[in-house]
Design a binder for this molecule. Structure first.
Ligand code: SAM
Length: 258
């Protein structure tokens, strides 16, 4: 990560799965302070934008020096990502693709952002974490690191990842744990039945229902079999592959003199 605010990463990288992934050698995270690459005695990293206007911009020289230094510090090619609200919105599919890259350099902007020429010369991919504006790219970079690290081999069991929301264009089914009844709210009977086939069917149908109700757009890319499609049609889903059969016309009756 390239940032002007290194301490922002302390908490997330030292808790939970990100901490365990580092301890297990699956994630090797380095926080680089862009300020150390500024050549003046005040380590200035911002400047006024050409053309005027509100706010400051991150200076080109310290950022360029940082990217070049870090890129050349390792033989593995670095994929350079700039976090920016005008980038492509991060999805699970993008996180999956990033998890296959040997090395990522995440650039965190601040102020009004970074000089456009950095984007043109060094950046391979521009990612947004949503349609809103944050103060800096640090929180966005943490979101990327977290989403990608979960997908690295050995960090989370393959079973846990298999039916997670967005892993296959369906949302996840609801979960319950003990107690079986809490404030009159009971766990669905099927989950306590011990019938694994019935549980699997219930979970599949819950995934379909949730996705249909909350994110029907996702169904367009989901892998659906004929049972899924029939179930969804029962919920009111318009199945693009389903043609209403025209009413069957009875055969004309042939009379002897016809
Ligand atoms: N002036 C910029 C604009 O209108 O697009 C916003 C600058 S924002 C205050 C400062 C920095 O925060 C950005 O350069 C970027 O690195 C980061 N940032 C803000 N919102 C973001 C988002 N939704 N996704 C990713 N990064 C974001």
């Amino acid at each position: 990560m390239l940032t002007l605010f290194t301490a922002m990463f302390d908490g997330p990288l030292n808790e939970s799965i990100l901490k365990r992934a580092q301890a297990a050698g699956r994630l090797d995270a380095h926080i680089h302070d862009i300020r150390t690459y500024a050549s003046d005695k005040h380590h200035t990293c911002d400047d006024a934008p050409f053309g005027g206007g509100a706010g400051m911009l991150m200076k080109i020289a310290p950022l360029a020096a940082a990217i070049e230094d870090i890129s050349s510090a390792d033989a593995a090619p670095a994929h350079v990502v700039f976090l920016t609200p005008d980038g492509t919105t991060l999805t699970q599919a993008i996180a999956q693709e990033l998890s296959t890259k040997p090395r990522l350099i995440l650039i965190c902007g601040h102020y009004e952002g970074i000089d456009e020429r950095i984007r043109q010369h060094y950046v391979h991919q521009e990612l947004s974490i949503g349609d809103y504006v944050l103060t800096g790219g640090e929180l966005a970079a943490m979101v990327v690191i977290d989403a990608v690290t979960r997908l690295l081999d050995g960090v989370i069991s393959a079973d846990s990842l298999a039916e997670e929301s967005h892993s296959d264009s369906l949302l996840e089914y609801p979960h319950y744990t003990r107690p079986a009844v809490w404030n009159d709210a009971a766990v669905p009977d099927v989950l306590r039945s011990g019938n694994h086939a019935a549980i699997a069917l219930w979970r599949r149908q819950q995934r379909l229902t949730r996705t249909y109700e909350r994110r029907p757009d996702m169904l367009a890319t989901a892998q659906l079999d004929k049972h899924d499609r029939a179930f969804l049609r029962g919920l009111g889903w318009h199945d693009p592959l389903w043609c209403e059969q025209p009413p069957r016309r009875s055969k004309p009756v042939r009379t002897p003199d016809a």
